[in-house]
Design a protein around this ligand. Structure first.
Ligand code: HEC
Ligand code: HEC
Ligand code: HEC
Ligand code: HEC
Ligand code: HEC
Length: 184
C-alpha cells in the first residue's frame, strides 16, 4: 500500500499533488506570518502619526523605556490632560471612546502589538542605554496610524542583533548569546 503510494507520487499527477500540498502549506505559513504583522482592532483608533507630528516625544507617552523592562502605555489621564483642552474632542467620533472611558473611570484595554512570551526576559532600559533607537526594533512608528509590528520578535531576531552588536568582543558575544541572559 505505502509502496504503491510512493510509486504514484513519482508519476506526473503525483508530482502535481505534492506541489499543491507544498504550496498550500507555504501559503498557510505565509498567511500566519502576515497576520502577526497586521495591526489589531484597538478600542480607540489612536493615530501615532498625528501625535508624533505635533512634536510629542515617544518617551512622553512611553517613559518606562528608558527606566526599566517595560515601556508602558499612557493612562487615559495623560490623554485627557491634552484632549480636555482640544475642541475636536467634543465632536470627533474617534475620540468618543476616550471621553466615555474618562467619564466612566474605566481603563482602556489596548491590544498588545509588540510582545514576547513570558519566559523571555526583555529589558528596554539596557537597549536604550546601549544607544538603540525605538525604530531599530519597532519600525518607523512616527509614520504609523494604528501601531503595527514590522518584525517577528523571535529568538533568531534577538540573537542576530546580539551577535552583530558584539562584533569582535568575545566576552560580550558569550554574554549576549548565553541562554541565561534571556531565559531565567
Ligand atoms: C500632548 C497632547 C496630546 C496627548 C497627550 C494626546 N493627544 Fe490625541 N491628539 C492631540 C492633538 C493635538 C490631536 C489633533 C487634533 C486635531 O486634529 O484638531 C490629537 C488627535 C487625536 C485623535 C484623532 C481624532 C480625530 O478625530 O482625528 C485621537 C483618536 C487621539 N488623539 C487619541 C488620543 C489618545 C487615546 C491619547 C492618550 C493615549 C492621546 N490622544 C493623547 C494631542 C494629544
Ligand atoms: C500621545 C501618546 C503617544 C506617543 C507620543 C507615542 N505613543 Fe506609542 N502608543 C501610544 C498608545 C496609546 C499605544 C497603544 C495603542 C496601540 O497599540 O495602537 C501605543 C502603542 C505603541 C506600541 C505598541 C505597543 C504594544 O502594545 O505592543 C509601540 C511599539 C509604540 N507605541 C512605540 C512608540 C514610538 C516609537 C513612539 C515615538 C515615535 C511613540 N510610540 C509615541 C501612545 C503614544
Ligand atoms: C532592542 C529592541 C527594542 C528597542 C530599541 C525598543 N523596543 Fe519596545 N519592545 C521591544 C520588545 C522585544 C517588546 C516586547 C516586550 C515584552 O513583551 O516584554 C517591546 C515592547 C514595547 C511596548 C509595549 C509593551 C511595553 O513594554 O510596555 C512599547 C510601548 C514599546 N516597546 C515602546 C518602545 C519605545 C517608545 C522605544 C524607544 C524609546 C522602544 N520601545 C525601543 C523591543 C524594543
Ligand atoms: C537592534 C539590536 C538588538 C535587538 C533586536 C535585541 N537586542 Fe538585546 N541587546 C542589544 C544590545 C546592543 C545590548 C547591550 C550590549 C551591551 O552590554 O553593551 C543588549 C542587551 C541585552 C540584554 C542584557 C541586558 C543587561 O541587563 O545587560 C538582554 C537580556 C537582552 N538584550 C535581551 C534581548 C531580547 C530578549 C531580545 C529579543 C526579544 C533582544 N535583546 C533584541 C541589542 C539588541
Ligand atoms: C537574546 C535573547 C535570547 C537568548 C540568548 C536565547 N533565547 Fe531562547 N528565546 C528567545 C525568545 C525571544 C524566544 C521566543 C520564542 C520565539 O518566538 O522564537 C525564545 C524561545 C525559546 C524556546 C521556546 C521555543 C519555542 O518554539 O517556543 C526555547 C526552548 C529556547 N528559547 C531555548 C534557548 C536556549 C537553549 C538558549 C541558549 C542556547 C536560548 N534560548 C538563548 C530569546 C533568547
Amino acid at each position: 500500500m505505502i509502496k504503491r503510494f510512493f510509486d504514484w507520487l513519482k508519476q506526473p499527477l503525483g508530482l502535481i499533488a505534492v506541489g499543491i500540498v507544498f504550496l498550500a502549506l507555504f501559503s498557510i505559513a505565509a498567511y500566519g506570518l502576515y497576520t502577526t504583522q497586521q495591526s489589531p482592532e484597538q478600542p480607540i483608533q489612536f493615530p501615532h502619526k498625528t501625535h508624533v507630528a505635533f512634536g510629542i516625544q515617544c518617551l512622553y507617552c512611553h517613559p518606562g523605556a528608558s527606566k526599566g523592562p517595560s515601556a508602558g502605555l499612557p493612562s487615559q489621564a495623560k490623554c485627557w490632560a491634552c484632549h480636555n483642552q482640544i475642541q475636536k474632542t467634543q465632536t470627533s467620533a474617534l475620540l468618543a471612546p476616550l471621553k466615555d472611558a474618562v467619564l466612566s473611570g474605566q481603563s482602556i484595554e489596548w491590544v498588545p502589538v509588540a510582545i514576547v512570551p513570558d519566559f523571555v526576559q526583555f529589558n528596554h532600559r539596557a537597549h536604550i542605554a546601549a544607544g538603540k533607537n525605538c525604530e531599530d526594533c519597532h519600525g518607523d512608528v512616527s509614520q504609523m496610524n494604528i501601531a503595527e509590528n514590522p518584525q517577528v520578535m523571535n529568538m533568531g531576531w534577538c540573537l542576530n542583533c546580539h551577535v552583530e552588536s558584539a562584533g569582535e568582543d568575545q566576552e560580550k558575544l558569550v554574554k549576549l548569546t548565553d541562554c541565561g541572559t534571556c531565559h531565567y
